[in-house]
Design a protein around this ligand. Structure first.
Ligand code: PHB
Length: 401
């Protein structure tokens, strides 16, 4: 070996001995719908994650993140589960994230436990999901964040004494109406009926469900449908059946006025009252800067919505996990330990991962849709700070186990 090569080898060995870590490529599995009826949700989710990576890449020193994206296609579970299996065994990812729809999150949970792979859920709302594996942390929301507060607000501030609820018939829908009922009835209201309205995969004709609700003559109609194409059909059917004229108020979680759907809902959305953890119109400096950065990256006509902010925040959480691993491969126990109590100044307001439940603690806002200058806007009227998942707080059903 020549002298120069020897010297180079010796200095490289010295550097390694001194603990200078080599740059790592960190493989992260990202599961989201990229085709089918929910493809737009997957696109929004990936945009938020990639924006965070782009804006903060330098914080990882020389390390880089490789997002390995897999299409979950449908909400039902099996395709997401197969994707997770492949990401773990073949790609040997260090962490799994993305994930839209509760059944997908539920199907991945046992794999996380068995393979000891940490999972950061970016969009699934059924409260008890975090109970399914000690290696799950959630940065999105639970249906109880919005449902319970909407119930209390409808009874105490909107003069609704009676309500009917309608829900997409799968776990987060059931959770959402249970949360609403608890909040509404504990504040003195009465839920007259709870109407299942088909599954999440396709948008049903809401007419028979809303007619059944109208016949009960409630003061409020509380509706949960998952983000995406359902919302516009909800507002249109509500208007078309003359429910607004009959004096009924349309209320729900912010999923029914998702920011990326709002403008196409037109005047039928005016007056809809929702509770949610994020609106693109939040008038805070952190959110304004976020919306500006989003538009700079994706175009003036593009807007973040709650899904985009959740994946942006989720990637902030993952950066935190990577930094805490100090150049070593991420472990499930290490990742979850570092996420417990993690705090972040999110565009949605301050957030934290509850050290006891691994679920998100966040602000919840109450908003009314208004028309201003030909544009629909979310007018935020109330802010509840540092809201925890009420289902686990009250130990209801599977949340208590
Ligand atoms: C869910 O499946 O948990 C889910 C999906 C979309 C939403 C809310 C909840 O908007």
């Amino acid at each position: 070996m020549k002298m120069r090569t020897l010297l180079l080898a010796a200095s490289a060995a010295a550097l390694m001995a001194a603990g200078a870590a080599q740059a790592r490529e960190i493989k992260i599995g990202f599961i989201a719908p990229k085709s089918g009826g929910a493809a737009n949700l997957g696109i929004q989710l990936e945009k938020g994650a990639r924006l965070y990576i782009k804006l903060h890449a330098k914080e990882l020193g020389g390390d880089t993140i490789k997002l390995i994206v897999r299409d979950s296609k449908r909400p039902g579970g099996p395709i997401a589960k197969a994707a997770a299996q492949e990401l773990i065994t073949r790609e040997k990812v260090e962490l799994i994230t993305g994930i839209i729809f509760s059944p997908n999150a539920m199907s991945i949970a046992p794999l996380a436990t068995a393979a000891k792979v940490p999972v950061v859920i970016m969009n699934a709302g059924t409260s008890w999901i975090t109970k399914l594996s000690p290696y799950i942390a959630r940065v999105s929301f639970t249906m109880w964040h919005s449902g319970y507060i909407m119930g209390e607000h409808a009874s105490k501030k909107m003069g609704c004494k009676t309500a009917v609820s309608g829900y997409t018939n799968y776990p987060p829908g059931k959770d959402s109406v249970a949360a609403f009922k608890r909040g509404f009835e504990s504040a003195g209201g009465k839920v007259l009926d709870a109407i299942p309205m088909g599954g999440p995969r396709s948008v049903p004709d809401f007419t028979p469900f809303f007619q059944r609700a109208k016949d009960k003559k409630p003061n409020c109609l509380y509706v949960f449908v998952p983000a995406g194409n359902h919302a516009a059909a909800v507002a249109k059917t509500f208007d078309g059946l003359g429910m607004r004229k009959a004096g009924i108020k349309l209320i729900g979680p912010g999923d029914i006025t998702q920011d990326t759907q709002l403008q196409k809902m037109g005047s039928t959305a005016v007056g809809v009252v929702t509770a949610h953890h994020y609106y693109a119109d939040l008038p805070t400096p952190t959110n304004r800067a976020f919306v500006k950065a989003w538009k700079a990256e994706y175009g003036a006509g593009s807007t973040p919505d709650f899904i985009g902010v959740q994946s942006y925040d989720g990637m902030a959480a993952i950066f935190h996990v990577i930094k805490a691993a100090k150049g070593k491969r991420i472990t499930a126990a290490g990742a979850i330990a570092s996420l417990k109590g993690w705090k972040f100044d999110s565009p949605r307001g301050p957030i934290m991962i509850d050290p006891e439940t691994r679920d998100i603690v966040q602000n919840v806002y109450v908003s009314t849709v208004m028309m201003k200058g030909g544009r629909l806007v979310q007018d935020i009227q109330r802010t509840f700070t540092a809201v925890k998942d009420k289902c686990k707080e009250l130990k209801i059903g599977k949340c208590g186990k």
